[in-house]
Design a binder for this molecule. Sequence first.
Ligand code: FAD
Ligand code: EPU
Length: 339
Amino acid sequence: MQIQENISLKPYNTFAIDVTAKYFSSFTSTDELAELFLFDEAKRTLPVLILGGGSNILFTQNYNGLVAKNELKGITLIKENAEHNYVKCAAGENWHAFVMHCIDNNYAGLENLSLIPGNVGASPMQNIGAYGVEIKDVFYELEAWDTKDRKLVNFSKSDCEFGYRESVFKHKYKSRFVITSVTFQLNKKPVFNTSYGAIQEELQKMQVAEPSIKAISQAVINIRQSKLPDPKVIGNAGSFFKNPTIKNAQFEQLKTSFPGIVGYTVNSEQVKVAAGWLIEHCNWKSYRKGDAGCHAKQALVLVNYDNAKGDEILTLSTEIMNSVEKKFGIILEREVNII
Ligand code: FAD
Ligand code: EPU
């Protein structure tokens, strides 16, 4: 394990923001991880940032601490019963490669979550979700290293307090635990989730008569590639904001002025509103100032066309939030972690 100094983080974040880390190292075992947390023991002043694929992060300044890149590897089928396979995946595995591994082995349940960038270890952080599925639907348990008590601990599903793009690791336990592996409970007999209209349309386009986990995965990949920018081409971190939840009465009121507004029923009292629609209707879609912009095919995605600074993207996000609040009376919340 080698600790490097003044390393550019540009290759390590999908926004491609060019900041430096004062110290940088990767870890391939929990022993190395434990060692890294002793790195600054004498001074105890430097923070440590655990980095996966850097696909949900916006760096707004140089990182005056140690960036520790997770390289824990390994996928194991730990147990099975008549209905389920329990698959344990090390946190440093690439998420999409893991999903493909599961599909190849007929472990069903992750197919709707194909092509999400990043690593397995970050997936519980915000309970990643797409096309009608969230990881909480297939989550069994995780193992994490406690930076305070310096030992490995297990978290069950209820311990994680999953919500929409939420978990205990973003709040009560922010920065305390390093997730080292995640175990998923995957189905032997697939339960297809094609509730998201676009999947059904895409399956028809693909002329798939009988759905399979592989076909659903391919449909999701096709849909995602048609509207989400590839970070290798244009820097971005996916949806920059969460879809806001508002009261039914406010939604009904908004519909009288904006009949096209898009919302989904959450429960008898609340509606989740499509933030992309709100942002588009504040005329931000395709906006560009310098190298910071709002994607032309998906207004919820902010982009770095080339050399934007993190604070230019952050300023743009604040302007968008202000305009959405002014026009619709809705306060957007950022999904991306601002560092
Ligand atoms: P990073 O960006 O490296 O880290 C994110 C946060 O988690 C940071 O605070 C980091 O310190 C912390 N962290 C990372 N690993 C660990 C660990 N092992 N232990 C403790 N803390 C850790 N998200 C969705 O939910 N649904 C989508 O459909 C989706 N689509 C996307 C599309 C694109 C094009 C892009 C660029 C992003 C998309 N995202 C989506 C967001 C992102 O891919 C996910 O949030 C992903 O899980 C982030 O993983 P990462 O390894 O890149 O995390
Ligand atoms: N819309 C617009 N204009 C836009 C963008 C979207 O009107 O510019 C409308 C669409 O027409 C559609 C609705 O908004 O009616 C929803 O759009 P879409 O299906 O693209 O999904 P989203 O709500 O924008 C969410 C997630 C994505 C996830 C997709 C698919 C959040 C914050 N985002 O996006 O997750 O992949 O659904 O399930 O919940 C991410 O978290 O990074 C992410 C990409």
